[in-house]
Design a protein around this ligand. Structure first.
Ligand code: SF4
Length: 212
């Protein structure tokens, strides 16, 4: 089976299992989306949602983040990992949005990546959700681990992985494929994978090669 056929089969299987179970970041506008995504680095969506429930009641517009004292913002997000760095990134990002982007969330990867705390993965998520643009496939640690195990790639380089997946996956699936793989990565395809209970085992190189 060609990888372009295999990945669609995998997408459909995962969609049935995980599409309704994925915890999704709660936000009401593009600014809240961007802040949530910055906060979500190395933190669960559930944890981010807990913090943003109050945060977004207090901070409504870009100026609210710009004007607040950094220590106060740190305190407001302190239950999240790396809160000091994230508070700094949020403040700097909001200053840039105001100065350079007319207080609008950019609609292209290059400008999004100029914002503090926004890497290629974050930029892809924001583009997809804020502007409905599928410009790339967001690659995180789950995507690296699992796409290697499935046999689509043999590299940890996110740029090469993204390029390959964009070649074999129809564009309409780019945004959600990452969400589904993250669902699998938290459930079955963890560090010590629970292959026997995984619905992808017949399609998975790791399973076949390790005679599980
Ligand atoms: S069969 Fe195992 S290695 Fe393959 S995707 Fe499932 S859990 Fe991961």
């Amino acid at each position: 089976m060609k990888n372009s056929e295999k990945i669609i089969k995998i997408y459909k299987i995962l969609y049935e299992i995980y599409n309704n179970k994925i915890v999704i970041l709660n936000y009401n506008n593009n600014l809240e989306l961007l802040i949530s995504v910055i906060l979500s680095a190395q933190t669960t969506d559930k944890q981010v949602n807990k913090v943003t429930e109050n945060l977004f009641k207090k901070y409504k517009i870009i100026d609210d983040y710009i004007k607040v004292d950094i220590t106060e913002l740190e305190n407001d997000i302190r239950s999240i990992g790396l809160y000091k760095t994230k508070a700094k990134n949020i403040k700097n990002t909001c200053q840039k949005l105001k100065k350079e982007f007319n207080s609008k969330i950019p609609d292209n990867i290059t400008d999004l990546m100029k914002l503090n705390g926004v890497g290629r993965k974050t930029a892809n998520v924001v583009l997809n959700k804020a502007h409905n643009i599928n410009e790339g496939v967001a690659i995180d640690t789950h995507m690296i681990r699992i796409n290697n195990r499935l046999g689509f790639v043999k590299t940890k380089n996110p740029i090469i992985i993204e390029k390959y997946l964009k070649n074999i996956l129809p564009k309409k699936y780019w945004g959600n494929y990452t969400n589904l793989i993250i669902g699998l990565g938290r459930d079955k395809c963890v560090k010590n994978p629970k292959c026997r209970k995984c619905s992808l085992k017949e399609l998975c190189n790791y399973y076949k090669n390790n005679n599980l």
